[in-house]
Design a protein around this ligand. Structure first.
Ligand code: C2E
Ligand code: CA
Ligand code: CA
Length: 766
């Protein structure tokens, strides 16, 4: 597994961590909100329950209170009743008693009566009364009051009557009346007055709630008197209790209940107790709102607690939410950073590889083109205009690439430094790989202005295609990288990956071994292709082209093994070998009487070799071959790579008397203006412009202007790859000097060449 096949850091970070964090954040929030709801709900329920309990408690307390007061009132009144019974018994059966007898009976009863304030007899509207000390009372106001009160009573044996105000005593008294009409001759009734205040003594334990009162009522619901606990006021106005209270009374249930008080008109909690011995009941009423207020005051703390808890809970939840939002934003930012290049905003290497993998992992992956762009001379921009300008230019290039190729199916990334990668489905590329490369060149080529300075940018593009070249993202990138370096080396706008470019495959390593063996053991040979004068058709020289027949594989194309040689140290022995062969061959032809100039292809690394010139000089000297018969072919790329050294070497070679020519012209970037400075004799137009010349207007224009300019610099123009007469005619019309191509001859073994061409030369020339 290569490095790129592992999961990149960014991917792990995003796909495996972020989603759970998001989910757990949401879960926390939901849990929090739920527990908050529960908390508030429990608190409210607690309060509500507390309220109900309070009502319950107060109800029971009120009922108990009513009961207590009732028992006390009953017991007190029974003492008075006992006195009245005593008086009745004294006078019973004694015939028409005298006032003195009656007074004596009253006084006798009073002596044992701690409850009654007044005891009296009523006989036909005449009232006879004694006070607690047995003193006869003759108070007119009292008499008047009692007159009405007692008269109101009729038909009952025993009656407890509404209170009367005794002006002489400045207070209210409750009359109890025992009907004697049937028992004592001449006497209607015996009665006792009991201080109302004394009766309610038992209510001292009633809590001092404002508005709390107790009523003593008769079984029909008529009030005998009221006592207001907080003001300690007794009121005697008559009236009936509320219908609800009457119903309760009638039902005989001694309990608490809620009803609207007919006295205050307010909802009130009542406790009622009915006397078993006397026709009376006691009710205690406490206003509900008063109770509620008291309860509220008590519960205020609790409510505050609920409120504070809720508020702090909400605050906490909000804080948590902001925190989790911040965390999400942070993660999103991290995700972005993990996937994007910070300078240009396009994808980074990891994201690019991941998207590539997604494309390749599809059920039926589509053929895909991966382009790797290396900006040429980008270092110059950085060096001359500063890194900031370089960054601006890079960002602009990335932006344009993104705009042009960042489609639904295509994507753009900056891999490092000045390297930008593009991936696009092959079917989406108009004009195939070449079309895609042309549009990349067009996008980059339209000038960029940085700091007011117009920059001309171009790029070398390496192309790798899935599935032809590689099947994994990292291999695709590696192939594109290799192709890009080949394009850079050869100063070409783009290069498609071939295995020949790849010096690190097992196959190419084996081939390298085999090649060096062939080099040692003489497995290599040379073929010679004639260069022909276009005007006369005469042979003007040959180009030596290497041939290798592999023991197992058979003939191997130079397009395969030359790149292997050129990128390793093999290039030095290889070129020495080729050059040696060519010079030896040249010597043989000389010996046979033919002056045949031989052209040998050399590589840029040969030019960089300090001993190269000496080697050439020694070879020529060794075989006594005139330097003028040896020509060296160099590609423009080779000349541009290290221009100073190249120029120096070329000058040295030229000084030896060698001929120099520029090979494959038109595929690189060298301008003719630059080439003009070079000490070269001829220029070979690359066969890609020649092969289809007859049908391509653009090629025609390029060829025509190249010929014109080269001529104006004094160079000889060679067209290579001439396959048809039509092209040859066209080239002749345009003024091309020499041609090379299958139309005239394929590269031939030396013997064949001699047989087919040299005799002719000898014949015509001799
Ligand atoms: P090149 O220097 O451009 O050589 C010309 C190539 O074009 C040769 O391919 C030749 O066979 C081919 N050619 C000639 N006429 C025609 C034509 O009419 N139509 C077509 N389609 N092709 C034609 P070859 O021999 O396969 O060589 C390929 C390349 O290998 C050469 O391109 C050259 O760059 C390199 N090469 C070959 N031998 C040597 C060598 O000894 N040393 C170095 N450094 N490079 C070599
Ligand atoms: Ca050549
Ligand atoms: Ca060539």
């Amino acid at each position: 597994m290569t490095q790129g096949d592992k999961h990149p850091v960014g991917e792990r970070y995003i796909d495996r961590t972020e989603a759970p964090v998001r989910a757990s954040g949401r879960l926390t929030l939901i849990l929090l909100a739920l527990s908050l709801l529960l908390l508030v709900g429990a608190a409210v329920y607690g309060l509500f329950n507390d309220y109900r309990n309070m009502l319950d408690r107060e109800g029971k307390a009120t009922a108990n209170l009513a009961d207590g007061v009732q028992v006390y009132v009953t017991e007190t009144l029974r003492q008075s009743l006992f006195s009245l019974e005593g008086v009745a018994k004294d006078l019973e059966g004694a015939g028409d008693s005298a006032t003195a007898d009656r007074l004596a009976a009253l006084r006798g009863a009073m002596r044992y009566d701690p409850a009654s304030a007044v005891l009296g007899l009523r006989a036909a509207h005449d009232l006879l009364m004694v006070d607690g000390s047995g003193q006869r009372l003759d108070w007119p106001a009292l008499k008047a009051a009692l007159d009405t009160a007692l008269t109101a009573n009729s038909g009952r044996k025993l009656a407890v009557l509404p209170v009367v105000y005794v002006a002489e005593l400045h207070d209210w008294y409750l009359p109890v009346q025992l009907d004697l009409t049937a028992r004592v001759l001449g006497v209607d009734a015996a009665f006792a007055l009991i201080a109302a205040r004394k009766l309610v003594e038992a209510s001292a334990s009633v809590r001092l709630l404002p508005g709390a009162y107790l009523s003593v009522v008769n079984p029909d619901g008529y009030r005998l008197f009221q006592y207001y606990v907080d003001t300690q006021a007794i009121k005697g106005e008559q009236g009936r209790v509320s219908p609800g209270s009457v119903a309760q009374l009638r039902s005989g249930k001694l309990d608490s209940f809620q009803a609207v008080s007919s006295l205050t008109g307010r909802p009130t909690l009542f406790g009622i107790s009915m006397s078993k011995q006397l026709p009376l009941a006691v009710s205690v009423g406490i206003q509900l709102d008063v109770l509620e207020q008291a309860w509220l005051r008590r519960s205020l703390g609790q409510m505050l607690l609920v409120l504070v808890t809720s508020i702090s809970g909400i605050y906490f939840a909000l804080r948590l939410m902001t925190a989790s939002r911040k965390e999400r934003d942070y993660l999103r930012r991290q995700e972005y950073l993990a996937n994007h290049d910070s300078l240009t905003g396009v994808l980074n290497r990891y994201a690019f590889q991941r998207r590539l993998r997604q494309c390749l992992d599809e059920a039926q992956p589509q053929p895909l083109v991966v382009l790797l762009l290396g900006l040429n001379r980008f270092k110059e921009i950085n060096d001359t205009l500063g890194h900031l300008a370089g960054d601006v230019a890079l960002a602009e290039v990335a932006r344009r690439m993104q705009a042009a190729f960042g489609t639904e199916a295509g994507f753009v990334a900056r891999l490092s430094g000045d390297e930008i990668a593009v991936a696009a489905p092959l079917r989406a590329c108009a004009g195939g790989v070449d079309g895609l490369c042309a549009s990349v060149a067009a996008v980059i080529g339209s000038g960029i202005t940085v700091d007011g300075i117009a920059l001309e940018l171009d790029a070398s593009v390496g192309v790798a295609v899935f599935p032809d070249d590689a099947r994994t993202p990292s291999d695709l990138l590696r192939c594109a990288d290799i192709a890009m370096y080949a394009a850079k080396r050869d100063m070409r706008s783009h290069e498609r990956y071939t295995e020949a470019l790849d010096h690190y495959t097992a196959a190419s390593l084996a081939m390298k071994t085999d090649l060096s063996q062939a080099l040692r053991e003489g497995g290599l040979s040379l073929a010679y292709q004639p260069k022909v004068d276009l005007a006369s058709g005469a042979l003007v020289g040959v180009e030596a082209l290497s041939r290798w027949v592999h023991p197992d594989k058979g003939a191997v194309s130079p397009a395969v093994f030359i790149p292997l040689v050129e990128t390793t140290e093999l290039i030095h022995p290889f070129t020495r070998h080729v050059m040696g062969e060519a010079v030896v061959q040249c010597r043989r032809w000389l010996d046979a009487g033919h002056r045949v100039p031989v052209a040998v292809n050399i590589s840029v690394n040969n030019l960089m070799d300090a001993s190269f010139v000496d080697m050439v000089r020694a070879l020529l000297a060794q075989h006594a071959v005139p330097a003028g018969l040896l020509e060296l072919e160099l590609t423009e790329g080779a000349l541009m790579r290290n221009p100073e050294t190249a120029l120096r070497r070329l000058a040295e070679l030229r000084a030896l008397g060698l001929k120099l020519s520029i090979d494959d012209f038109g595929t690189g970037y060298a301008s003719l203006a630059y080439l003009k400075k070079l000490p070269v004799d001829s220029l070979k137009i690359d066969k890609s412009f020649i092969l289809g010349l007859a049908g391509d207007e653009a090629d025609k224009r390029i060829v025509r202007s190249t010929i014109q300019l080269a001529h104006s610099f004094g160079m000889v123009v060679v067209a290579e790859g001439v396959e048809t007469q039509e092209v040859a005619d066209l080239l002749r019309k345009k003024g091309c000097d020499l041609v090379q191509g299958y139309l005239y001859a394929r590269p031939l073994p030396a013997a064949d060449l001699a047989a087919q061409w040299l005799e002719v030369v000898t014949d015509t020339g001799g």
